[in-house]
Design a protein around this ligand. Structure first.
Ligand SMILES: [Cu+2]
Length: 275
């Protein structure tokens, strides 16, 4: 009896905690409301399952509690009940899986003309590469990484010479323009995560993963690493700043191209060896 009461209280407490809790998802700043809808749908389906199962257990504990002289009836099979359980469970599982597959399809299918921007993760910071005037990123290879070429851009690929290298962890993007983020890791597994953008994807060494989004709100957002990647993991943070077109263009024009950064780095090496 007491256990049944505790179960009812657990259900009531869980629902009250959800509705009264001050912890909510961060306000969305991208086009991915569909992802929030899918999370909400999953929440309501799992809530219905949780409430139904726990209340049913509480009911059974009370209804079939021990009473002197009462014996359990033997019922090895109830086909009608099994059919209902199979149907309801199937509908629940389909509702949990199908929307996710639809959203996933959209999430990795960037619209035509989306700007390609690369985010590179390395223990423990973020760097970025944006296309130059040719609007194309040059080839890259992790074997080309060195002090003067931290992202391993291929010097022999002409498309890469005007690529803009952003090594200070601060990425600016223009408001309202679709962006395809190409994600590359130079060492271990990392995960590109901007909660407000609802962007989250693993960076897997040896391959380029990607997702796309359209920033819909001017602001400054934190870029986190969401895959434990060593002792510096909590410090692996970057900044995403969504700008008006003019502010973005100003920032963009202040960035160094791959060619410039290699020249200035070589100059730096020379003056360092002269000292
Ligand atoms: Cu990481």
């Amino acid at each position: 009896m007491l256990v049944a009461l505790v179960m009812v209280l657990v259900v009531a407490g869980s629902l009250a905690f959800h509705f009264l809790s001050p912890w909510r998802a961060t306000p969305i700043a991208s086009n991915w409301g569909f992802i929030d809808d899918t999370v909400a749908l999953t929440f309501w389906i799992t809530t219905a399952g949780f409430v139904a199962v726990v209340l049913f257990m509480a009911y059974c504990l009370y209804r079939f509690r021990h009473q002197p002289g009462r014996r359990a009836a033997y019922e090895p099979e109830n086909q009608k009940l099994e059919a209902w359980l199979a149907i309801v469970t199937t509908i629940g599982v389909v509702l949990l899986l199908a929307p996710g597959l639809l959203v996933w399809g959209q999430y990795i299918t960037a619209p035509e003309g989306a700007m390609e921007v690369e985010a590179v993760g390395v223990q423990w910071n973020w760097s970025f590469r944006l296309p130059g005037a040719d609007k194309k990123l040059g080839a890259s290879d992790v074997r080309l990484v060195d002090g003067a070429n931290p992202l391993g851009v291929s010097p022999s690929d002409p498309r890469g010479r005007d690529d803009l290298i952003v090594a200070d962890g601060e990425l600016h993007l223009p408001l309202g323009k679709p962006v395809k983020m190409l994600l590359r890791s130079l060492d271990v597994l990392h995960d590109f995560y901007v909660p407000q953008i609802r962007a989250k994807m693993d960076l897997v060494p040896g391959l380029v993963s990607y997702l796309w989004f359209t920033p819909t709100k001017i602001g400054q957002y934190e870029i986190l690493c969401a895959a434990y990647c060593g002792v510096g993991h909590p410090q692996m943070r970057g900044t995403l700043i969504v700008d008006e077109e003019a502010d973005y263009a100003r920032w963009l024009s202040a960035q160094q191209t791959f060619e410039q950064s290699r020249k200035s780095d070589k100059g730096g090496e020379k003056s360092a060896s002269n000292e």
